[in-house]
Design a protein around this ligand. Structure first.
Ligand SMILES: NC(=O)c1ccc[n+]([C@@H]2O[C@H](COP(=O)([O-])OP(=O)(O)OC[C@H]3O[C@@H](n4cnc5c(N)ncnc54)[C@H](OP(=O)(O)O)[C@@H]3O)[C@@H](O)[C@H]2O)c1
Length: 244
């Protein structure tokens, strides 16, 4: 069966992180020509580029601090210059500063919103109109179970992820008839990532009895990206943690 992702151009942010690296590898395996965007860990993103080139797939690594409102448009422009217009957008970069709610100051609130919510919106604003014009597109925001439950990181993090769900519903309904799907994937407690949280005493363990793997998030992300009939959804991947 022909994979309609093969040969498409993707922009994946947070490609240097635990989930991003796992998803990057599956994009390469699917023949998706990908811009791997990163914050500070250049070597991780460059390693994906090498793996892509070894597999005969075009790829680039792009640095940029997503707290800067100029960066999303620059990432989109540089992807288009190197690989072509973005068909598949995966705003996956995020920060999770774990704090009690009375300790969340303006800096933490604003920085979290800038990286976790504003940057994904700006990336979508730059790419979704072109996807709709060309009649194909995929947007997959990386949310969190915290958007449903409040979670254990803090109110800033939960709110930033819940905001992504508003973006899903707003955008999906506008472009559903033009071949563009817009969804969010909301994992919980994924090990081997840079943001695995400290689990407070008294928080019940995951029902399946273990934490999730980045590869499991990546696997479901690819299924969502492949499916043209799935849109306007926020899908949880949490070992049965919610609802319970
Ligand atoms: N791990 C979990 O348990 C879990 C659960 C639910 C949701 N999520 C979500 O999954 C996504 C991926 O996180 P992860 O688990 O893979 O964690 P991670 O290993 O800490 O990766 C975070 C990624 O975001 C990038 N990033 C952070 N701040 C940035 C900035 N200012 N500008 C550009 N890039 C920035 C990092 O880039 P550099 O390292 O290069 O700076 C890194 O690639 C996040 O949106 C997170 O909220 C994770």
């Amino acid at each position: 069966m022909t994979d309609h992702l093969t040969g498409r151009v993707a922009l994946l942010t947070g490609a240097s992180g635990g989930i991003g690296r796992a998803l990057g590898r599956l994009l390469i395996a699917a023949g998706v020509r990908t811009a791997f965007a990163y914050g500070g860990q250049a070597e991780q993103a460059e390693r994906l580029v090498t793996e892509a080139k070894d597999a005969g797939v075009d790829a680039i690594a792009l640095p940029g601090d997503l707290a800067d409102p100029e960066v999303p448009a620059r990432l989109v422009r540089r992807t288009a210059e190197a690989l072509g217009p973005v068909d598949v957008l995966i705003p996956n970069a995020g920060i999770a500063i774990q704090l009690g709610y009375t300790d969340v100051d303006l800096d933490v609130w604003d920085r979290t919103m800038a990286i976790n919510l504003r940057a994904p919106f700006l990336l979508a604003r730059e790419t979704v109109p072109g996807m709709a014009e060309r009649g194909f597109g995929r947007v997959l925001f990386m949310s969190s179970i915290a958007a449903f439950t409040g979670g254990i990181v803090g109110p800033h993090y939960a709110s930033s992820k819940a905001g992504l769900h508003g973006l899903v519903h707003f955008l999906a309904s506008r472009v559903a008839g033009q071949g563009v799907t817009v969804n969010a994937l909301a994992p919980a407690l994924i090990e081997d990532t840079g943001m695995f949280p400290t689990i407070p005493a008294g928080v019940r363990p995951v029902p399946v009895g273990r934490f999730g793997r980045p590869e499991e998030v990546a696997d479901l992300a690819m299924a969502i990206l492949r499916n043209g009939y799935l849109t306007n959804q926020t899908i949880t991947l949490d070992g049965g943690a919610h609802p319970r």
